[in-house]
Design a protein around this ligand. Structure first.
Ligand code: MG
Length: 382
């Protein structure tokens, strides 16, 4: 089990739950990072007394510093702070729970410092999965996924050889809009999209869940983590979110991982693996959990999944374009500046407009991300 973590993104949903798990297991916290939530960061620093606290901008850092006067917590700011938090010598594990592409460089730095990565930042693997997995292999850094589907697959694969795997089956809840027609989806609001039926999560991932882009990003994440082509990763809608994903082996045997829809279980597993410990999350009761159902995803009315497949097929830096465009489009949707289909329209426009036929080096990925954001902002502004 890990003894000391650096937690990147401590005030978000995964960050807060990671601290609950760390507290219950007696794991020390070396660094906390947040964007602007000074109040919560102050509370967390007082409770966990990290060596380092990082804020997203100068004003927030100064305010935090002022409030923590007298405590031995050093406060820094921005990407430099994130990079330092990712490589602090006393932390054996880095939990990457920041939202979005901003997690890429700190994740690479943590890999190079040979930390265990508890990966909760799927955008990193979507944008630069080949690069990140190659560096992890070269540096001997272990990446353990926190995303519930990928944690499920990680557990089902334990002890299996790559060649024995026939396919991975990612389960999708379908989100709040499952079964709606195109006409209905054209009218949905941001407030409706934020009401996820099974999971309590941050705003960005909840919108991604409603649009099914989340499953598209997870498809790419699974391909990168487990080194499998798209044809060997299937998606099935499972409304109850009890089976978190499955693996089918070459002999036809299927393994599934079940549990309550509580992220503290996969978070804890990433910190204790290969050990398992008692967990504070509620346990699944098979006798009361009801029927389990399975259905094919509706890619016609939820085009984001098809766009993710299109990005995979295009290769190069197309997945970084997909992700960058989606991050901006989701933020526009959250500000009620575009409708539901505005998200897929803008992502599609970015995939068409940005030349992605280049080797996905770190510089190329960062450039593709910037270009995608620019296209979306221009389209929206114009
Ligand atoms: Mg997930």
């Amino acid at each position: 089990m890990v003894s000391c973590i650096s937690l990147l993104g401590s005030t978000g949903s995964i960050g807060r739950q990671t601290l609950e798990v760390a507290k219950s297991l007696g794991i020390r916290v070396a660094a906390l990072t947040a964007n602007r939530s000074v109040d919560l960061m102050e509370q967390q620093c007082r409770e966990f007394l990290p060596e380092l606290a990082v804020m997203g901008d100068e004003a927030a850092a100064q305010e935090l510093s002022r409030r923590l006067a007298g405590l031995s917590v050093r406060v820094t700011v921005g990407m430099d702070g994130l990079m330092e938090a990712a490589t602090l010598p006393c932390a054996d594990t880095v939990v990457t729970a920041v939202m979005g592409m901003v997690g890429l460089r700190p994740t690479l730095a943590a890999i190079e410092a040979k930390k265990r990565i508890a990966l909760a930042n799927k955008e990193t693997l979507v944008c630069a999965g080949e690069l990140v997995m190659r560096r992890a292999k070269e540096c001997g850094a272990q990446i353990i996924p926190v995303d519930s589907e990928h944690s499920a697959i990680f557990q089902c694969l334990a002890g299996a050889e790559h060649k024995q795997v026939k396919r991975l089956i990612l389960t999708a809840s379908g989100g709040p809009f499952y079964g709606m027609s195109r006409e209905e989806l054209e009218q949905v609001t941001c407030r409706q999209a934020l009401k996820h039926p099974n999971w309590a999560m941050g705003a960005k991932i909840t919108i991604d869940s409603a649009s099914m882009m989340n499953k598209g990003l997870e498809l790419i994440e699974a391909m990168r983590l487990y080194d499998l082509p798209m044809e060997q990763v299937d998606i099935v809608v499972h409304r109850q979110s009890i089976i978190h994903s499955l693996v089918e082996f070459c002999d036809g045997a299927m393994l599934a991982q079940l549990g309550t829809a509580d992220m503290r279980i996969p978070i804890q597993l990433a910190l204790t693996w290969p050990d398992r410990m008692d967990c504070i999350a509620p346990k699944l009761d098979l006798l009361t959990c009801g029927d389990l159902t399975f259905a094919a995803p509706d890619e016609k009315n939820f085009p984001c999944l098809t766009l993710a497949r299109q990005a995979v097929l295009a290769g190069g830096t197309a997945c970084a374009v997909l992700n960058g465009a989606n991050e901006v489009a989701v933020s526009l949707f959250l500000q009620e500046k575009i409708g539901f289909y505005g998200i897929s329209d803008l992502v599609s426009a970015a995939l068409d407009a940005v030349d992605s036929a280049v080797e996905p080096t770190l510089e190329a990925v960062l450039a593709a991300d910037r270009a995608a954001r620019r296209v979306v902002n221009e389209r929206f502004g114009g």
